[in-house]
Design a protein around this ligand. Structure first.
Ligand code: SAM
Length: 269
């Protein structure tokens, strides 16, 4: 059996009882470490906490492993119970549908154990799920590369009066050759996009007045942790707010219902 287990958004204690039972029963544990709070996956101290809780060693599965060598994991799961851990929820934003499809095609049984995910940002600020449009991802701009395909989606959402949840880029540096030569992959800390960078990039590509510096937005940092931070304000005001350590996401507010407005008041700066 392949157990795909969501770890939630806080720390190692956020796994569900059902998830913990499954993990402890498995002979091999992999942890996906590229779509979410990578510090959990790549910080040796955080990893050690998880291993202590599970009583088992964890193999960190980076993008290359998940995309290119996943059949090895699935073959193991054909003969034994294997856990594949995902920070957040296995189907939260980035889905692991591909893994499920491949497992089923190979005749491997799959059980998914859900948990909180970044999708909880949708409601935590008081906005309502059915008043959101398409979710977007904002990549880091570089000197030569300024993709803005997300912009059209914001325009569409805004024309319909819908809110937009913006997920922000995470850049994982490849393990160095030096560390690979020593037979060990060593990861440098990933680069995370802040709410401030996201807003300045959004203002840079704006041209159809879908939004502007006065548009109401909500910045959400470290959702699900004890020190989560949620601040609502105009783009201009949020540009100067220090949201602290990652992970961050941003919501562009569309037309609001009176109940949404009441809740938003608690977060306004
Ligand atoms: C691909 S999504 C997360 C998928 C993950 N499996 C989940 O269920 O949450 C990654 C993006 O979501 C946002 N995100 C994830 N966790 C967050 C958190 N705790 N607080 C704020 N934003 C978060 C960040 O913008 C991050 O780049």
């Amino acid at each position: 059996m392949l157990y795909i287990v969501g770890l939630g958004l806080g720390d190692e204690r956020d796994i569900t009882v059902r998830g913990l039972d499954a993990v402890r029963s498995c002979s091999k544990i992999y942890m996906e470490a590229y779509t979410s709070l990578l510090s959990l996956g790549l910080d040796p101290a955080a990893l050690a906490n998880l291993e202590k809780l599970y009583g088992k060693e964890i193999t960190v599965a980076d993008r290359e492993m998940v995309e290119e060598r996943v059949d090895q994991v699935l073959l193991e799961a054909a003969d034994a119970d294997v856990a594949f851990l995902v920070v957040g929820d296995p189907f939260g934003a980035t889905t692991h549908t591909d893994l499920v499809v491949r497992a089923k095609k190979m005749g491997v049984q799959v059980k998914v154990i859900h948990n909180a995910s970044v999708m909880n940002a949708i409601g935590v600020c008081g906005l309502q799920l059915y008043r959101y449009g398409e979710t977007i991802s904002i990549p880091f701009f570089t000197e030569e590369w300024r993709p803005d395909s997300f912009y059209k989606k914001i325009v569409n959402n805004s024309q319909l009066g819908l809110h937009t949840l913006c997920l922000l880029d995470i850049r994982v540096k490849e393990p160095t050759w030096e560390s690979l030569a020593r037979g060990k992959k060593v990861y440098e800390p990933p680069r995370f996009m802040t709410v401030n960078t996201a807003i300045s990039q959004l203002l840079e590509v704006e041209e159809e007045r879908a939004y502007g510096k006065d548009t109401l937005c909500i910045g959400v940092a470290r959702l699900g942790s004890d020190d989560q931070k949620i601040v609502a304000g105009s783009m201009e005001k949020l540009l100067d707010v220090d949201f602290g350590p990652p992970l961050h996401c941003l919501i562009i507010v569309g037309e609001t219902h009176p109940l949404e407005e009441e809740m938003l008041e608690f977060y306004k700066m």
